[in-house]
Design a protein around this ligand. Sequence first.
Ligand code: EPZ
Length: 417
Amino acid sequence: MSKIKIEGGHKLTGTVNISGAKNSAVALIPAAILCDEETSIINVPNISDVDSLEEILKYLKADVKREEDHVTINCQNMTNKCIPHELSSKLRASYYFMGALLGKFHEVDMHFPGGCSIGKRPIDLHLKGFRELGATVYEKDDHIIIKAKELTGNKIYLDIPSVGATINIMLAAVKAKGTTIIENAAQEPEIVNVAMYLNNMGAQITGAGSNLIKITGVSTLTKAIHEVIPDRIEAGTYLIIASLLGENLKINKVIPNHLESLVSKLKEAGVNMEIGNDYIRVNKVNEYKAINIKTLVYPGFPTDLQQPMIPFLTQCHGISKVEETIWENRFQNIMDTIKMGANIEVENNKVAYVKGKTPLKGENVSATDLRGGASMLICGLIAEGITVIDNINFILRGYDNIVNKLKEVGANIELID
Ligand code: EPZ
C-alpha cells in the first residue's frame, strides 16, 4: 500500500493513545550496543525507522528479539564491520551507530546517514566531538572511518545545540577515560531518556536536559530495562488534529510539560484544552485567531511541529507568521497545501505567511518528508471531499499505526495501492 485516501470533514471523538518517541527510540536502540549484557527497551514505537535500526543490528550479528513494543538486544557476540550504504542511508539516526560503535570498539566504519531533505543535515559537530575525545576521522569514497587508540574525556563546546551531536558524544564518552563535559548541549527530553537508560546500565551522566552535561567514564555497562518516553511530536500532531476536528477527543499517554510551547500557542489561537496529568482532552471551536510561530531548540516551539501547524493556521482568522530557524528547507509541503486552496506566501524559504480562514478542498498530493506528510494528512482530514496522499513511506517512518489510530476515532481514512 503506497497511498492514503481521506474523506475530510468528519468529527473525531474518543481516545488516541500516543506511542513511544521515535527520536528517543532511534537513539536508545544503538545505545544498547554499549551494554556488556542483554538489555531490553519497552514502549518502542512500531515504525519503519525502528525496523531499519533492527536490520543494522542484525547485520552486525547482534542478537535482537522484538515482540510488540518490547525489544531485547544482546551485543556480546556482535561483529564490528562496515555498515553499507543501503542500510545507513535509510534514516538520519543511523549516525548513532558512530557514537555507540566508537564507544564500544574504538572503531567505526560506516556509510553516511540518510534522512528527510529538510536541509543539508551536516554531522560536523558529531565529528568534532569524536575528535576531541581522541579519535581520528577520515572519509574514504563515500564512507566514514573513525578510530581511537583510546578515548579520553574532554570539554566539548557545541557551536549549535545539536540533538544528534549531544547524544552521539554522550554515547562515545560513556566508557572513555576520565570526564567529558558537553557545553551548549541540546536539552530535548529525548536526550534525558537516553542519559537515564545509560545511567540505568551503570553510566555516570549528570546534567542531561540542561545545556551542560557531565559524563564520567566507566568500564562496564550492565543489564538494564528501560522505557521510551511518549512521543511529544506524535502527541502534538494529534493535538493539532483535535483542535480542528475533535469533539471530546482525548490524546492519551502524553507528558503535558513536553508540549508546553505548542499548548500555549494553541491556547493563544483560542483552543480550549483540558490538561490532565497524562492526557489532553480537546473540544474544537469554530473561531480561531491567527498567531505567530518561531521554531527554536527545546523548550522553544519544536521545528517538527511547524509543518503540522500549517493546516491549523489556514483555519485561523488573520495572517499567521511562521519562522523556521532550525532547517533551511522545511516548507516543502506548502506547494500542495496551496493546491488544496490555502493562501500562503513564503519568503526566502525562512518565513511563511498563512492567511485564514480559507476552506481547503480535496486533491491528489504528495508527502515531501516525514512531517510534511503529516501536514498533508491533516489538510486531508479538514478538506472538503477526497484527498489522496502518495509517498506515504515518509509518514510511516515516524507515526505508529496512524491510519488505524485515526479510523478508531471516526476519520474516513484508508491505505490504498
Ligand atoms: C533531531 O535531528 C531530530 N531527529 C529532528 O527530527 C529534529 O528536527 C531535530 O533534532 C531538531 O530538533 C532525530 O532525533 C532522529 P540537530 P538532528 O542536530 O539531531 C545543524 C523528525 O521530523 N547541525 O539538532 O539531525 C543542523 O543543520 C526529525 O523527527 C550542524 O550544523 O538535528 C540543524 O540546522 C527531522 N552540524 C541544527 O543543527 C551538526 O553536526 C539542528 O540539528 C549537526 C547539526
